[in-house]
Design a protein around this ligand. Structure first.
Ligand code: DAH
Length: 331
């Protein structure tokens, strides 16, 4: 009897002391399991007299129930502790600012090209990107710039060999497209061009957008109307436009267009060349110049972007300084 009382006390203490569910389970098996100590006691009762048997079994069963209740209670308590611990561990501090990721954005030159394309799409132009590695014929000869022509000197050309070069102008595309398509046609050709030149207003690689219309009765006034509308669309009406007579071997007559932004500190900049496609060029691509006429223009994309964003050094476009590029994020 005394033994039994100490055993009950010990069980209760063990239960209280257990700190995990696993430990608690072990205790349950140790005392109440099939081969448990308490079970052994109960089995042993049969050797007792009837009266003793009754007295002990009542006591043992009562205590057994108490132990079961204790185990259950403690198990609940341990589960709650575990839960609390987990909640603490997994707590999220919602007062911390979230992680932002930086969105990329278009380079100002790309953006400028897209804007220019958008304008010409409205006039029914199609946009085509051509090869940057070109041959002498498409870059010079077919454009009425034969060998030893002084105009070649103004293009500081990067040659690969005696024939192949990095194109110095997008005008090469005039030849390529007129050889392939039948008039009427209306195209723009954006892309990279290369000249060996480097200072505040020149980089060895820069961008042009060539434009070409071939149709019956195309005149210089068509060209002029289009250029005016394009420039007002791009810069707004605070801009002054000057058509200045000029010379290009592949157009006649030829003009250059300068632009001034009123009340601005930037001096006038030449932004495009244009003209009526030279009859020699049309002849080179087998277009009958007594039926068709053509006008063309070549826009300097960097110049346009410089004027629009008030940039004074062209080189800043290509230095990849993130502080410079970030300024165009939402433009
Ligand atoms: N290709 C010329 C240049 O790079 C620009 C140009 C002038 C293009 C007149 C044209 C044009 O289409 O008609 O300087």
């Amino acid at each position: 009897m005394l033994n039994l009382q100490t055993l009950f006390k010990k069980i209760k203490i063990d239960i209280k002391k257990s700190t995990t569910i696993e430990e608690l389970n072990k205790i349950r098996v140790q005392y109440l399991g099939k081969k448990g100590i308490l079970t052994a006691y109960i089995k042993n009762l049969k050797t007792f007299s009837f009266l003793e048997k009754r007295q002990y079994s009542i006591l043992i069963n009562k205590k057994k129930q108490e132990i079961i209740d204790d185990i259950q209670k403690h198990s609940k308590y341990l589960t709650m502790l575990m839960l609390e611990k987990r909640i603490k561990q997994e707590k999220i501090d919602i007062s911390l600012p979230g992680r932002r990721y930086d969105n990329g954005s278009f380079h100002p030159i790309t953006k400028t090209i897209y804007d220019i394309e958008t304008f010409f799409f409205k006039l029914g132009f199609e946009s085509i990107y051509g090869p940057e590695i070109e041959d002498e014929y498409h870059n010079f000869d077919a454009l009425n710039i034969p060998k030893n022509h002084p105009a070649r000197n103004s293009h500081d050309t990067f040659w690969f060999d005696t024939n192949r070069l990095l194109r110095t102008q997008t005008s090469n595309m005039q030849i390529r497209i007129m050889k392939e398509e039948k008039p009427p046609m209306r195209f723009i050709f954006p892309g990279k061009v290369y000249r060996n030149d480097y200072d505040m207003t020149h980089t060895p690689m820069f961008h042009q957008i060539e434009g070409l219309i071939v149709d019956r009765k195309i005149t210089f006034s068509n060209l002029k109307w289009m250029i005016y509308n394009f420039l007002y669309d791009f810069f707004g009406d605070k801009v002054s436009i000057r058509f200045r007579p000029s010379y290009f071997p592949f157009t006649v007559p030829s003009a250059e267009v300068d632009i001034f932004i009123k009340d601005d500190f930037i001096k006038p900049l030449e932004i495009l060349g244009c003209g009526m496609v030279h009859p020699n060029v049309l002849k080179n691509v087998n277009i009958n110049s007594s039926i068709y006429s053509a006008c063309a223009f070549g826009i300097g994309v960097e110049r346009m972007a410089m004027l629009r964003y008030k940039i004074t050094d062209i080189r800043s476009f290509f230095e990849n300084d993130i502080r410079f590029l970030n300024q165009f994020k939402y433009n």
